[in-house]
Design a protein around this ligand. Sequence first.
Ligand SMILES: [Ca+2]
Ligand SMILES: [Ca+2]
Ligand SMILES: [Ca+2]
Length: 641
Amino acid sequence: MMKNYLLSSKIKDAFFFLCAVSLYLLLICCAVSAQTPKVTKVEPPNWWTGHTINPVRVLVRGENFQDARVASKNDFLKVSNIKVNTRGDYLFFDVTIAKNAKPAKYDFEVSTGSGKTLVPFEISAPLDTSKNFQGITNDDVVYLIMPDRFANGDTSNDKDIDRKNPRAWHGGDFRGIKNKLPYLKELGITAMWLTPWYDNPDDVTNCDKPWCPNTNYHGYHAIDYYAVENHFGTMQDLRELVEAAHQNGIKVIQDQVANHVGVQHPWMKNPPLDNWFSKFSQNSFNNSVLLSPNASQTEKDNLLKGWFNELLPDMNQDEPEVAKHEIQNALWWIGMTGIDGIRQDTIQYMPREFIRDWSTAILKQYPKFYLVGEIFERDSAQTAFFQGGKTGWDNINTNLPSVFDFKLWETSQEVFTGKKPMRALRDVLKYDGLYPNVNRVTTLQNNHDTDRFMSLPNATIEGAMLHTAFLLSTRGIPQLYYGEEIAMTGGHDPDNRKDFFGGWREDSVNKFAKEGRTADEQKMFEWTQKWINLRKFNQKYGSGRTIDLFYDDDVYVFSRGDLAVFAFNTSRNEKKVEIPIIKIANGIERSSNDIPYLITAFGDKGKEIFPEKDGKYILVIPPMSARAYGVTLPKGSVILD
Ligand SMILES: [Ca+2]
Ligand SMILES: [Ca+2]
Ligand SMILES: [Ca+2]
């Protein structure tokens, strides 16, 4: 009896156990079936018909994409090449856009065994190519602005701003820049480069280091490659700024950062692929290892895959999905905004194959486009190695139109603060033959990572003026830095990123207007304006050759493109130098009665200088001065002035 009872009790227990297990499994099934796919972000959210990128690869963030199918709900867009990551929270697929696809919303349907949902997508109307995507040439003068620090045109986007903290958000924005377009036009610049406008974290970082508390007002810690920083405004504000700038004859350059994102990017917690980022190692910044054919693979890996720092995860462009995503992203910003150029941050930490593919894809869609890479290395060979137009020892031609010339920048600062003799400039330019196209190199006055001229040891206003005149007369595409035109001071970052006074309603002085400037500031402003205008109105010298006519420790005289002669004297004495006629004529045969003469455009304005009987010109250059001369034929018109 007892045995039977025990047996039946065991059967009962087993029965209840099985029921409980079944119920549990049923609950899990229900829970699973409730886990329908969910879409939270689509990148890119839109594209264009007739684009050189077709198909476009779409990356969708969400949940429950395991075994997902994606279907187009129309005949204009076709879906293929679907891939889901291992966690099922990212979905990749190709969209082939038919030639006759009209601008409209075209949703896709994602379905799994547990349900379905929509992926919103759009075909957009392209911007007018006759007004946008103009590219930058050596006839342009570029002006660098940090949007947070220039002018506050919209206080409604001022979130947690603190102008007393140099590392906090200060409130500058797109509308502020738009309001100051008349100022930029008055100065004469023809293009502006804005530091990154990707959405960055808003929050204040606290730590026990001297640089805390800080924020990402500078824009180099992107948390979304497909969104505009809320402190700067909206996508609409940005589009309006570009449009207004174009109407004022000012082109726009975006600052892109493909090498890394900010550590707060949602990709960090859940990357789309396991190899989306490089594994952490600190970059040792041994920058020359790509230039050297002798570098080890370990050195190259550290340069290309080492993180910029622990807060900037390194994007792995060796993964084709990453490379494709970033190339499309660059083209998306161009297509969305109508910009004319891109400055690419820390370009030497990305594979040269990627730089080549990135440049090639952009130039295929926008052949005139300007791309300039930051190779922050004071070495001409290193810089030249990255400019496109020549195949390197590694069999790669980067196709990159422009690179910044940090060697010439450094030397110009050293020369015009008395640290180096004048001939040092000629000794940098003697390497010009290394560049595939030296006239397309971007020369800089300064930038947001360097100390302002007036804060260098032994800086004088006269030195600053000569540094700027040299920048605007030498070869390349000159890039100015906001505030240098009014001789702003500023040491190391963030001191070199101070607000432009007058850009905020509460400012007691307005440096955007003559009345608000000191005598020295006004002198610098007018000087910069004159040299910009000289360059603008005599455009052919931007694309011509440089010919050295005279150089010693104090003086440097050179001609540009047969049209202009520039003379610099850094000594405290007036200098009289002889320059030979044949060099001005650039080797062109001329009859003896067809000898060019010089006419001064600066200094003793309009003074004519004819060659002496022995075929030499005598130039008299005052102490600490720069002179520009137009080269003119007796019967011809005056070219300069
Ligand atoms: Ca604002
Ligand atoms: Ca933000
Ligand atoms: Ca890298």
